[in-house]
Design a protein around this ligand. Structure first.
Ligand code: FAD
Ligand code: NAI
Length: 467
């Protein structure tokens, strides 16, 4: 039986970064992965392929709508879907092979197959051919991620009724696409196929879209999406889909119950969330406890109730985000190696990669109100930012929420161009306990989009210059 200091089950962003950090710290490390390629959901069917589709479809829309305004003539652009999907897959392949390379470079041993915890310190690996191996280790990290949440009574065949995975690979642009769930996946992938030519209707259970995002940001974002052509059916639920005909007939009922209406579509994308994935892991037999939502239960040091077994990433509580999984992976490797690993859950940025993008870190206004915290708001619109105007990207604003007494930054919410990059400044500021005045007094290059962040910080003290 091969013996290690650490066995990581799952090679997503949580698992692979954990393994690399452990190897850097001198631990003999092995990774068990059941998929043919490394990188988990994020690299294979999540972050990377979706961002490739977003980038390509946004470039297509810019070529059709913005190039002309800047005096660039390219004729009417058209979409070559097979090549677009090939470009997406090349990105996926480069990234998954990159993980392969990093494992070899760091002398991490890899095992293909389903990992099952036999007991503390013992893992069985069963490959596709039924071959079984047994490994042992001083520590085991569960990094098995998450899976698509399903709608009761509705079968996802990944052809006509798809999850995000199917929606990354349509063989043709659907004429009509119904998206169930106005969350991150619904908005990102719904907007991709809308730009590529589909008529998109989003059915959302709640009376607002993007739960968890600052309300003002979500409302303005919804208006922009409607202007771009996406239709919304809020406070509604899909209760049945008739698949017998050529087109799908979708039964939509008010969330609170009542008379149903019908929608027709070629494809339905079910994007109602994700659930922790622990199938076949043997947790019950090993005595590892889960919480009431099926997540592996851990303490603040990522320890389960069974000695030597830890868990991180989507399979435990917290936001299902790649960078949260990565930071937990690194922290748990450091803890196992006897160091002081730590994740600051108050400063985890969140980005929705739509057009315009949404990026946020820290508390929303709704959260501050609910907690009874007195705060000041500083807001600055991109229409007043010179660089946004040159880039023909003026939709949105930056909003900074600062403590009314201490001026400490409590939350930053950006709707607008390159919000994904701008939010890093806010995260660093918050990590260092900055006040809005600290951001306002920091010299920002001109002309940049980041000046909108500085102006929003100035606006907290009601002294924005360009507004
Ligand atoms: P995963 O990435 O899910 O990896 C788990 C791995 O464990 C998988 O490879 C799986 O095969 C393996 N595994 C499971 N069970 C076993 C077993 N018993 N034995 C062996 N191997 C096993 N997050 C972002 O931060 N930014 C984004 O832009 C973003 N975009 C996304 C887009 C989509 C369409 C989706 C679906 C998700 C997106 N996410 C994004 C979320 C992100 O993908 C996850 O938060 C992240 O992948 C979680 O990492 P993880 O390591 O916990 O698990
Ligand atoms: P989500 O939790 O973001 O959104 C699901 C939406 O579906 C919610 O608005 C919810 O109210 C709605 N819903 C739930 N049940 C419903 C029903 N029966 N009918 C209609 N609506 C219903 O989940 P999503 O979009 O599936 O994404 C899953 C996870 O993947 C998220 O937690 C997210 O963190 C992660 N992700 C992150 C991305 C990013 O960081 N950019 C991109 C894509 C996914």
């Amino acid at each position: 039986m091969s013996s290690y200091d650490l066995i990581v089950i799952g090679s997503g962003p949580g698992g692979y970064e954990c393994a690399i950090r452990a190897a850097q710290l001198g631990l003999q490390t092995a990774v068990v992965e059941k998929w043919p390629t490394f990188g988990g959901t994020c690299l294979n069917v999540g972050c990377i392929p979706s961002k490739a589709l977003l980038h390509a479809s946004e470039t297509y829309e810019e070529a059709g709508h913005k190039f002309g305004q800047m005096g660039i003539k390219v004729g009417t652009p058209s979409v070559d879907l097979p090549t677009l999907l090939k470009y997406k897959q090349q990105n996926v392949d480069a990234n998954t092979k990159g993980v392969d390379f990093l494992f070899k470079k760091n002398k991490i041993e890899t095992f293909r197959g389903v990992g099952r915890i036999v007991a503390s310190g013992q893992v069985e690996v069963k490959d596709d051919g039924g071959k079984t191996q047994y490994l042992e280790a001083k520590a085991i990290v569960i990094a098995t991620g998450s899976d698509v949440a399903r709608l009761n009574g509705i079968d996802i065949d990944e052809k006509r009724i798809v999850s995000s995975t199917g929606a990354l690979d349509f063989p043709a642009v659907p004429q009509r696409l119904v998206v169930v769930g106005a969350g991150v996946i619904g908005m990102e992938l719904g907007s991709v196929w809308r730009r590529l030519g589909a008529q998109v209707t989003v059915v959302e259970f709640l009376d607002h879209i993007l739960p968890g995002i600052d309300g003002e940001v979500a409302r303005q974002f919804q208006r922009l999406q409607e202007k771009q052509g996406i239709a919304f059916r809020l406070s509604s639920k899909v209760t049945a889909i008739d698949t017998s005909g050529k087109t799908l007939k979708i039964k939509v009922e008010p969330a609170a119950g009542g008379a149903a209406t019908m929608l027709e579509a070629d494809i339905v994308l079910v994007a109602i969330g994700r659930v922790p994935y622990t199938d076949g892991l043997g947790l019950e037999a090993a005595g590892v406890q889960k919480d009431n939502r099926g997540r592996v239960l851990i303490d603040e040091h990522f320890r389960t109730n069974v000695a030597g077994i830890y868990a991180i990433g989507d399979v435990v509580a917290g936001p299902m985000l790649a960078h949260k999984a990565e930071d937990e992976g690194i922290a748990v490797a450091e803890i196992i190696a006897g160091k002081a690993g730590h994740v600051n859950y108050d400063v985890i940025p969140n980005v929705v990669y739509t057009s315009p993008e949404i990026a946020s870190v820290g508390k929303t206004e709704e959260e501050l109100k609910a907690a009874g915290v007195a705060y000041q708001v500083g807001k600055f619109p991109f229409t007043a930012n010179a660089r946004a105007r040159t880039n023909l990207a003026t939709d949105g604003f930056v909003k900074i929420l600062a403590d009314a007494k201490t001026d400490r930054v409590l939350g930053v919410h950006i709707l607008g161009p390159d919000a994904e990059a701008l939010i890093a400044e806010a995260a660093i500021a918050m990590e260092f306990g900055a006040s809005s005045e600290d951001i306002a007094r920091t010299c920002h290059a001109h002309p940049t989009l980041s000046e909108a962040v500085k102006e929003a910080a100035l606006a907290v003290a009601k002294r924005a210059i360009n507004m």
